[in-house]
Design a protein around this ligand. Structure first.
Ligand code: GDP
Length: 297
C-alpha cells in the first residue's frame, strides 16, 4: 500500500542521515520533498500542510540541528508526527459491545467491501473474543447480497437471520433485534444496503435503521484504493448518520495510501480496522505504529 511513499521517504531520509551536520535549510529542503511525496500519495493538502508545519517546528530547532545525529532526529520527529496524525485516543480494536445483544451497524457504498467486512468482523468476534454473533443483511434491493452474507455466515460458522422474501429493511432490523435478544446473542451485525453513490434514499434508510436499533458502533466501510474520495465519503456519512469508526478495505492493494493518512485528520474518526484481502480472516486492527513503521521502512 505505501510502497511508493515509503521508497520516496527513505530516499530523502537516507540523504539526511548520511549528511552529519544539518542546517535549517537542509531540513527545510528535505521537508519540501516529504511534502511532495505525501501529496503524490494522495494525502489531502490541508493534512500535508499541517503535518509539514508540525515537523518543521520541531525539527528546525538548535537541539536537532546541533545534535550528534540530526538526520535520525528528524526521522524520529516524522515518525512521531505520523503516529499523532493516524492515531485516535481509543484502542481501535475494542468495540463497544459490552451490553448484549449489542448492535453494530455496517454502512458504506456498494462494492466497498461491506459484506465481506461484516463477515470478517463476525469471525473475529467469534474466534478471538468468543462472542455469539448474529448477522443480518438489510440489502433488500440486491437479493444476491443477502445470499452472499448467508453463504459467508455458513463458511465462518456464524448464524444469519433467515431471509424472508418481501420484508423491508426496517422490519428485518427489528426482527434481528428480537432474534438477538431471544437467541442469547452477544452481538448482532446489520449489513445495510449500499449504493454506488451517496443518495438521499440510502441515507434515509441507514438513519431509519439506526433509529430502530441504536447501534453501539456504526462502522463505515470504505475502499482504501479510492484515496481522497474515501475521505469525502466518510465525511458525508458521518455528517448524515454519524459513524463511530472507519474500516479501510483493500489495503493489500497498490493504492497510494492517502485515504489512510488523511482519514483521521479530516473526519476526526478513527480507522478501526483494515482489510487486507478477500478471505474472511484478512482483517487487522488498525495500528498507527505499524503503519508508520511500514511507511518509514
Ligand atoms: P459490498 O458491495 O460493499 O458489500 O462489497 P463486497 O463485500 O461484496 O466486496 C466487493 C469485492 O471486494 C469482493 O470481491 C470482495 O472479495 C472484495 N474485497 C473486500 N474487502 C477486500 C479487501 O480488503 N481486499 C481485497 N483485495 N478485496 C476485498
Amino acid at each position: 500500500m505505501f510502497e511508493n511513499l515509503s521508497e520516496r521517504l527513505s530516499g530523502v531520509f537516507d540523504r539526511l542521515t548520511k549528511q552529519g551536520a544539518l542546517s535549517e535549510a537542509d531540513v527545510e529542503s528535505a521537508l519540501r520533498e516529504v511534502r511532495t511525496a505525501l501529496l503524490e500519495a494522495d494525502v489531502s493538502l490541508p493534512v500535508v500542510r499541517e503535518f509539514v508545519k508540525a515537523v518543521s517546528k520541531k525539527a528546525t530547532g538548535q537541539a536537532v540541528t546541533k545534535s550528534i545525529t540530526p538526520g535520525q532526529q528528524v526521522v524520529k520527529i516524522v515518525h512521531d508526527e505520523l503516529i499523532a496524525m493516524l492515531a485516535g485516543d481509543t484502542d481501535p480494536g475494542v468495540l463497544k459491545i459490552d451490553s448484549p445483544p449489542a448492535p453494530i451497524l455496517m454502512v458504506g457504498l456498494q462494492g466497498s467491501g461491506k459484506t465481506t467486512t461484516t463477515a470478517k468482523l463476525a469471525r473475529r468476534l467469534k474466534d478471538r473474543e468468543g462472542k455469539r454473533v448474529l448477522l443480518a443483511s438489510l440489502d433488500t434491493n440486491r437479493p444476491a447480497a443477502m445470499e452472499q452474507l448467508a453463504i459467508l455466515g455458513t463458511q465462518i460458522g456464524v448464524d444469519t437471520l433467515p431471509i424472508v422474501k418481501g420484508e423491508d429493511p426496517i422490519a428485518i432490523a427489528k426482527r434481528a433485534k428480537t432474534q438477538a435478544s431471544l437467541g442469547g446473542y452477544d452481538v448482532y451485525i446489520l449489513d445495510t444496503a449500499g449504493r454506488l453513490h451517496i443518495d438521499a434514499e440510502l441515507i434515509a434508510q441507514a438513519a431509519a435503521v439506526r433509529d430502530v436499533v441504536s447501534p453501539r458502533e456504526t462502522l463505515l466501510v470504505v475502499d482504501g484504493l479510492t484515496g481522497q474520495d474515501a475521505v469525502n465519503v466518510a465525511t458525508e456519512f458521518d455528517a448524515k448518520i454519524g459513524v463511530t469508526g472507519v474500516v479501510l478495505t483493500r489495503m493489500d492493494g497498490d493504492g497510494r495510501g492517502g485515504a489512510a493518512l488523511s482519514m483521521r485528520a479530516i473526519t476526526g474518526k478513527p480507522i478501526r480496522f483494515i482489510g487486507l484481502g478477500e478471505k474472511t480472516d484478512a482483517l487487522e486492527v488498525f495500528d498507527a505504529n505499524r503503519i508508520a513503521g511500514r511507511i518509514l521502512g
